[in-house]
Ligand binder design. Structure first.
Ligand SMILES: C[S@@+](CC[C@H](N)C(=O)[O-])C[C@H]1O[C@@H](n2cnc3c(N)ncnc32)[C@H](O)[C@@H]1O
Length: 375
């Protein structure tokens, strides 16, 4: 696509999937539960909406083998479809479940308020209740406040406790000893004042967490309430499993998904604080395309094998003729082989201009939607 005029470029891309900032401002891209917790690597919900309307009907069952933060499940539910999501990351499964569950809002709000209050009155936890990682990444006061909230939510009923665990995790993310401009992948704890590139002044590392717990509890309630007005009664199932081998409880009518790209993001590591605080099972060794595995020829070969296995396993469990929509930035041209191995036929390849919304030409980013069906 490099070196093309804007006009020639736009003749080849799907404009319905390539929004400008005015058409799709950030507030809409991060609407209601979609921003319950930060997550690097999700797709915009409006993309899923277009696919649902083009290829599916209410009452269908949609499967996402890489459910991530649950974007597909939330949009499918609002559309009136049943949905199933699978992910290898326990935190992503928790987040997807919390976003898509139905709550009695009054009870949830009361439970969270009581937990905040109980956490405030809790005696400080002994430092040895925390792992060495937690002790190095939080100031003593911040860690005490996080641990107090953690013990206060232990007695909540399961669905309320899950919401509280997401709030705890979000507060922990904000309270880490890190700079304001490197919240995604900070390498070492920042313990001294530093020059902040984001705020253009000297900033200090955070030393408390209680204010985040309070702020994010209110924000979570507000977001869940907003989604509850759009939510349907359709079932949502989240499976914590490897999508190469997972057995689905029913036969889906189609797939909407965005797979991990090779060597780009470590999906467990980005939420390390949540694994450490919540004691979640770490299955990072089964994560496909992890950044830690790099992009060597061997790593790309392993990626092709793993993706072929995911889509073959998926295809074998779909209803006949089901659509499989895969959102990829296949810069290495790996997907023709993956689709062939998985016995999926490419019916259409739609290109979308991802950062049309920035209005800049530099660093333009395109993504393909592979529209496939089982052979
Ligand atoms: C690009 S993200 C999906 C983002 C999602 N579309 C969203 O909007 O949040 C890819 C996901 O694949 C998951 N994943 C990686 N290997 C997996 C495996 N073997 N089985 C299931 N999920 C896996 C990662 O944990 C990550 O959440």
């Amino acid at each position: 696509m490099a070196g093309r005029t804007q006009e020639a470029l736009y003749a080849e891309i799907d404009l319905e999937l390539s929004w400008s900032e005015d058409e799709l401002p950030q507030v809409k891209r991060t609407k209601h539960v979609h921003s319950l917790h930060p997550y690097l690597g999700k797709y915009v919900p409006q993309l899923v909406d277009v696919f649902l309307n083009r290829y599916f009907a209410p009452g269908d069952c949609i499967y996402d083998p890489f459910v991530g933060s649950g974007t597909t499940l939330v949009e499918a539910n609002a559309f009136g479809a049943l949905s199933i999501g699978c992910d290898i990351s326990a935190f992503n499964c928790l987040l997807s479940r919390v976003k898509s569950a139905r709550y009695s809002l009054g009870e949830l709000e009361l439970a969270l308020r009581r937990a905040l209050e109980k956490g405030r009155r809790q005696a400080p936890a002994a430092a040895d209740e925390a792992t060495p990682w937690l002790r190095s990444w939080f100031a003593p006061r911040a860690l005490e406040e996080l641990l107090a909230f953690r013990s206060a939510i232990a007695s909540l009923q399961p669905e309320h406790a899950d919401v509280a665990r997401v709030i705890l995790s979000r507060a922990a993310r904000s309270a880490r000893l890190t700079t304001h401009f490197d919240l995604d992948f900070p390498r070492v704890p920042t313990t001294q004042p530093y020059y902040c590139h984001k705020h253009k002044r000297t900033c200090r590392p955070v030393d408390e967490a209680a204010k985040f717990l309070t702020r994010y509890s209110s924000d979570a309630i507000r977001r869940i309430r907003e989604f509850s007005e759009l939510r349907t009664e359709r079932s949502v199932t989240v499976l914590h499993a490897d999508s190469r081998t997972v057995e689905l409880p029913t036969r889906p009518d189609g797939v909407i998904t965005s797979p991990p790209y090779p060597g780009l993001i470590d999906y467990h590591e980005q939420h390390r604080y949540a694994y450490e605080l919540l004691g979640l099972v770490d299955r990072s060794n089964e994560e496909i395309g992890a950044a830690a595995s790099g992009r060597s020829r061997t790593a790309l070969g392993a990626y092709v094998d793993a993706m072929s296995a995911v889509f073959a396993n998926t295809r074998s469990q779909l209803a006949p003729g089901a659509w499989v929509l895969i959102v990829v930035n296949d810069s290495q041209n790996l997907y023709p082989e993956i689709l062939e191995n998985a016995q999926l036929t490419l019916e259409d390849r739609v290109t979308r201009h991802v950062n049309r919304r920035t209005g800049r030409r530099a660093g333009e980013f395109f993504e393909d939607i592979l529209v496939c069906r089982g052979q």
